[in-house]
Design a protein around this ligand. Structure first.
Ligand SMILES: Cc1cc2nc3c(=O)[nH]c(=O)nc-3n(C[C@H](O)[C@H](O)[C@H](O)COP(=O)(O)OP(=O)(O)OC[C@H]3O[C@@H](n4cnc5c(N)ncnc54)[C@H](O)[C@@H]3O)c2cc1C
Length: 380
């Protein structure tokens, strides 16, 4: 018999209505800026406003800037923000989890509140030019010196690297042959001498990520997160929360896309086209499935524990929904010169990245096959 955790019922209706009241007076819905930097500044300012009002980091402890609530409240907040048409929150909250789980009290006090409120921007320095899916082969090295470490290497595809103040950097402190056992994690200010950040432009023109070069960067002993050799465990904590974001608001945003598309098509002659109707129907079904999965994930997480390999199901499903929905939008909205097509094209392009970031879809399937279904690993 599986152990069942009973979740105490809470007054979530009161919580929901408190958010709605706050949003009515504090949210001004404006058109999404085309320029990426403008979008970034707006998102950051919004996050700071939410944080000042106590709506950020709901499930983090109060002493580190959180609200001491749970994932259920987080899911409700996410839903209400999406319903109200609020800008998305910065997708960086998962970087607080390794600090909370593995940091010393001094590290948590120094960094968590500022990370969660977007006063300081953090980025994730894991991937390298030759270490993405095979992260355990990373080559950035941290060498012990008196009072600290010297870090040298190159990080790649670092989201928000151009705006970031701090990076969570994985570096090798052991031998290459030790693979994941020889990796440690460091908290690195990006203002230190020896650091160069170069933006990389995405297919849709956004400068969302960067290359980060570290040339003999000196950090103190207090930059080490956790123990020497604990970097892999720290990376898995981080990635687990990144993949299993349990974002109920995401589903509402996508349902909104489908409605928007249906409304736009209803003004054209294509509305009676059976092909168009069938494709729209498929999109609606996908979004509904995603909603159910989000609810299931909220239930699982509310029972306690960090996200494990099952977070790969959430990641795969979100990727499938996003890519199929936007491909459908492009396909049924008309020719390449159609204004409807142009409108969806930017989102479509960004959606292509969903099957790569946070670990590619093939890697998620490998995780599900080996760790959830117990299938054997393939031999090289
Ligand atoms: C928008 C975006 C944001 C990102 N942000 C960050 C960030 O902030 N920080 C960070 O560290 N990284 C970030 N990344 C990098 C991301 O984690 C890597 O791109 C990803 O892990 C894939 O690694 P790779 O690009 O080196 O591709 P590769 O690992 O070279 O993979 C190439 C192809 O081979 C497939 N493949 C590889 N190994 C296997 C296998 N064993 N079985 C089956 N197929 C396999 C992959 O699925 C992929 O299709 C970001 C990427 C994107 C696109």
């Amino acid at each position: 018999v599986n152990e069942v955790t009973i979740i105490e019922p809470r007054d979530t209706d009161a919580f929901r209505s408190r958010i709605r009241t706050w949003l009515r007076t504090n949210l001004v819905v404006e058109p999404r800026p085309v320029d990426f930097r403008e979008r970034w500044e707006r998102t950051r300012a919004w996050q700071q406003k939410l944080s000042a009002a106590g709506w950020v980091a709901l499930s983090y402890p109060v002493e580190y800037g959180g609200q001491g609530l749970g994932v259920v409240e987080e899911a409700i907040l996410s839903e209400e923000l999406a319903r109200a048409g609020a800008p998305p929150m910065l997708p960086l909250g998962h970087l607080g989890r390794p600090l909370l789980t593995h940091g010393t009290d001094a590290q948590r006090q120094r960094y968590l509140r500022k990370l969660l409120s977007a006063e300081e921007i953090w980025c994730q320095g894991f991937s390298e030019p030759t270490a993405g899916s095979d992260l355990a082969s990373l080559r950035t090295r941290a060498t012990k010196v008196e009072g600290g470490y010297v870090i040298t290497g190159q990080k790649m595809w670092t989201s928000y690297g151009v705006f970031a103040d701090m990076a969570l950097v994985l570096a090798r402190t052991g031998e290459v042959e030790e693979r994941h056992r020889g990796i440690s994690a460091f908290l690195v200010p990006l203002t230190l001498p020896g650091i160069t950040v170069r933006p990389i432009v995405l297919a849709n023109g956004d400068e969302e990520f960067a290359e980060v070069f570290l040339d003999d960067v000196v950090v103190g002993d207090d930059s080490l997160l956790g123990e020497i050799g604990q970097g892999w465990e720290i990376a898995m904590t981080t990635i687990g929360y990144e993949r299993g974001a349990v974002d109920t608001g995401y589903q509402i945003v996508f349902a909104g896309f489908v409605n928007e598309l249906a409304r736009e098509l209803s003004a054209t002659s294509r509305v009676d086209d059976s092909y168009v109707l069938r494709e729209l129907g498929k999109a609606i079904t996908l979004v509904e499935v995603m909603g159910l999965q989000c609810l299931r994930a909220v239930g699982d997480r509310a029972s306690g524990g960090a996200p494990g390999p099952e977070a790969s199901i959430d990641k795969l499903l979100m990727t499938t929904v996003e890519q199929q929905l936007l491909a459908t939008a492009l396909e049924i909205s008309g020719s390449v010169t159609d204004p409807l097509t142009t409108k969806w094209f930017d989102r479509y392009l960004y959606g292509r990245a969903a099957s790569i970031y946070g670990g590619s879809s093939q890697i998620q399937k490998n995780i599900l096959a080996t760790r959830m279904l117990g299938l054997p690993r393939s031999r090289p």
